[in-house]
Design a protein around this ligand. Structure first.
Ligand SMILES: NC(=O)c1ccc[n+]([C@@H]2O[C@H](COP(=O)([O-])OP(=O)(O)OC[C@H]3O[C@@H](n4cnc5c(N)ncnc54)[C@H](O)[C@@H]3O)[C@@H](O)[C@H]2O)c1
Length: 352
């Protein structure tokens, strides 16, 4: 069987989950990795056994023949690195958020189309046990038509620090970093409807100088290299073409008693809550009934990344269906753009 030649661009924190996902796949060859930080990329190549390392992704793509490339850089480099990898003949999985905005995401999609290559977006929540469990209920007809959803991803004090708090590198704060996960998950569970309108508000009242007592308290990580100029929190309402509506809140800093993360989908036959586990609320035999599957149905970080990378390789090499397409990435970036725009102009914004 032919080798699957893999490259990584951006060898920071999350790239390890990609590389460890590739390592589980038979016939994978870890060919090359790239980071603008030479010390970091050298160590990474050694740790994982990549044959060669580079500090410039254009040079890597010119010198190597790669089948599958993961783009795991900070957000502002996603477009450049993804287009370089696609133009260099590779299939690409690019981390979330797909780009800084929808215009960049569209150019990335066009590069994939132009080269006849796959571009998958790192919507890892689509590969979780919780999403699979939702569809088990849905496909049995137990949820009915989903018409409304609520999602929260709130941290009391949980900005990851570094470039994440610098808009020029991240494109924004909790909306583009955390909100993107739960907005995409809700849209995926609702069958990927097309967004048509968004109303949003953002606030930046609290900033980085928070007490250290939050559950995450990541703000302590601050070398002073990057300014803190992203929003603390966002609240938004998103409408879709099939009548589905999503209400979402996300924060790096908010005076909540504890960090919160959930997506609740409301259908004509049941509501389904996705948090630490999956629970279904319905009625049966003239009673209200709650159903909680036994066993683990929560989001498993490692398992979901392994499934995401396996799915990407299968789609790239064998033509299997892609679960998180470039088109989904563009639609998500249109939602993000519209919410930021709405917060600025103070009224709802239509999405094309
Ligand atoms: N799916 C998830 O759950 C998840 C979790 C964490 C991060 N992420 C996403 O992954 C991406 C990376 O996040 P991270 O936490 O690993 O950040 P990180 O800061 O740990 O790593 C980013 C790396 O990219 C490198 N880089 C920047 N520009 C580059 C370029 N042009 N060429 C090569 N290397 C470049 C940096 O030097 C750095 O080493 C972000 O887009 C983030 O949103 C996703």
């Amino acid at each position: 069987m032919e080798k699957i030649r893999v490259g990584i661009i951006g060898t920071g924190g999350i790239s390890q989950s990609h590389t460890e996902g590739y390592q589980r796949i038979p016939n994978v060859e870890l060919v090359a990795c790239c980071d603008i930080n030479e010390e970091k990329v050298k160590q990474y190549a050694e740790k994982y056994g990549f044959a060669r390392w580079y500090t410039d992704c254009h040079e890597m793509m010119a010198k190597e023949e790669l089948d599958c490339v993961s783009v795991c850089t900070w957000n502002s480099a996603h477009m450049e690195c993804t287009i370089a990898a696609l133009d260099g003949g590779a299939n690409v999985i690019c981390e979330k958020p797909m780009a800084m905005n929808a215009a960049e995401a569209q150019k990335m999609k066009e590069a994939a189309d132009r080269n006849g290559k796959l571009l998958q977006v790192g919507f890892v929540r689509r590969f979780g046990l919780d999403a699979d469990t939702f569809f088990k209920f849905k496909n049995e007809g137990m949820v009915g038509d989903v018409y409304y959803a609520k999602a929260q991803y709130l941290r009391r004090s949980g900005c990851p620090g570094g470039w994440f708090k610098d808009k020029a590198f991240s494109g924004g704060g909790p909306l583009i970093d955390l909100g993107v996960h739960v907005i995409d998950l809700a849209r995926y569970l609702a069958g990927n409807p097309k967004p048509v309108e968004a109303f949003g508000v953002t606030y930046d009242n609290l900033g980085p100088n928070r007490a250290g007592g939050g559950e995450m308290a990541w703000n302590a990580d601050d070398s002073g290299e990057h300014p803190y100029n992203v929003e603390d929190m966002v609240s938004a309402l998103i409408k879709f073409d099939n009548g589905f509506t999503l209400q979402v809140e996300a924060s790096f800093n908010l005076n909540v008693p504890r960090d919160v993360g959930f997506v609740t989908m409301f259908g004509t036959k049941a509501g389904v809550n996705i948090a630490d586990h999956v629970e279904l609320y319905t009625d049966a035999a003239t009673m209200f009934v709650d159903i909680k599957p036994t066993g683990n149905t929560g989001f498993d970080f490692r398992g979901a990344f392994n499934a995401e990378i396996a799915g990407f390789v299968d789609a790239a090499m064998n033509g299997a269906a892609c679960r998180a397409s470039a088109e989904d990435g563009v639609e998500l970036m249109k939602i993000i753009d519209a919410i930021y725009e709405s917060a600025k102009v103070r009224h709802s914004v239509a999405i094309d």
